[in-house]
Design a binder for this molecule. Sequence first.
Ligand SMILES: Cc1cc2nc3c(=O)[nH]c(=O)nc-3n(C[C@H](O)[C@H](O)[C@H](O)COP(=O)(O)OP(=O)(O)OC[C@H]3O[C@@H](n4cnc5c(N)ncnc54)[C@H](O)[C@@H]3O)c2cc1C
Length: 438
Amino acid sequence: MNTIRAGEAFAVHDFGHIVASRPLDVLAPRSGAEVRDLVSFADRHRLPVSARGCGLAPYGQGRADGGYVVDMGALDQVRCVPGERTLVAGAGATWDQVVRAALAVGLVPPVLPDHLGASVGGVLSTGGLGASSHRCGLVADWVTEVEVVTGGGERLVCSQGQRADLFRAVLAGLGQCALILRATLRLEPAPGLVRRYRLYHDDPGTYFSDQRRLARDSRFTHVVGRARPALGGGWRYMIEAVAPHGGELPCVDDLLIGDLGHDRDCEEIEDLSYAEYLHRPDRDERLLRATGEWDRPHPWLALLLPEEVAESFVPGILAEPEQRGLRACGAVQLRPLTARALRAPLLRRPAGELLCLLTLMRTAPHADPEAVRRMVAANRALYERARAVGGVLHPVSALAMTPEDWRSHFGPTWADLAHAKGRYDPNSLLTRGYGLWA
Ligand SMILES: Cc1cc2nc3c(=O)[nH]c(=O)nc-3n(C[C@H](O)[C@H](O)[C@H](O)COP(=O)(O)OP(=O)(O)OC[C@H]3O[C@@H](n4cnc5c(N)ncnc54)[C@H](O)[C@@H]3O)c2cc1C
């Protein structure tokens, strides 16, 4: 094996800072052949292996206790093929690298995660949701081909037309059957300018009714929401919606927002370049890094809810004392989704056409394991309540799932996943951090 060793501290913690990894070693292969050699070696010795992209997982999902963490950072080549409107990205490239290469030729992936600092492999393994997901589905839904190394140590290329079972098992497949080496993504023309609307609602009822309308009629290309603490208690809701415009500043605002129920005195309307819009979280990240919040424990919870449930579930839980910490630290994100747009079968979703992703982005105090324990326990309790009303976990969350939980999570797709696991990772070496198998 010809890999180099990465710094060990690198792979011990992830963004969650809750579950530490205890690998035998952290290796940084410089090619797909080296990844294959490493996984084959691990397979012969029955040692666990996990890929490590940018380490933004919240709960040790990328750990490989007693085995090898594979730092994918060196596999970061990005090549755009403008004539075919495609881009080939190494699994260790960040979405920021992808965006820069695509925008340079006037193109962009139809869906991008909000935060562009994660790796291509890390996001495709969870599916990837972004502000245009209500129209365009998952980031992974725009992948046409992937090259992988399976748990059995085979280096294979797969797509809809070639080894379709492996292709389906890899996208949103939580790294269970193979490590992604590179992916080919479809691109579309990028808008030059966008107009961004921030619309505030005091009443959750009007907020959810507007969110529903915007998810259905696609008048905006991008829609996300937030709940924010209101002065004097309670919560205020904000829709952030974006439409491309040609730069000649036509007066279309009334057409786009005239029928919505927000507070008209507070609406914010702003024109941005598309690149500025895509990099919108950068400022927040700089701020969180400067205050030290970025490096504190993050017991995040993400739940996919049927839209009709979200309207009472979200205000209900935000009013509870257990969630009080979110008022002072962290954020609450809401994302409207439509089921028909979500194509990768392993991304589990509730029944019904309209869905809402609720993400509680909690931050715990430093050096207070009891507070972290309480927040993780609160995540478990909320997950069970969400399940009881038809909700589903989005696996970018900090809570321990049992194999039984996973079996019920995957429901009708469990048999396909288990079959692919038996075929492509027969010794169950890959990505044990999710705890799918007993
Ligand atoms: C601030 C912030 C904002 C976020 N915003 C979004 C968002 O808008 N949309 C969204 O969908 N997600 C979002 N996420 C979640 C994030 O995209 C996922 O946690 C993603 O998996 C992180 O990728 P990573 O490269 O950092 O992976 P890591 O933490 O390194 O790994 C995450 C998981 O992916 C596996 N993995 C990594 N690389 C590979 C590979 N090449 N092949 C197979 N498996 C692999 C790892 O083993 C691990 O299980 C956000 C997270 C943070 C912290």
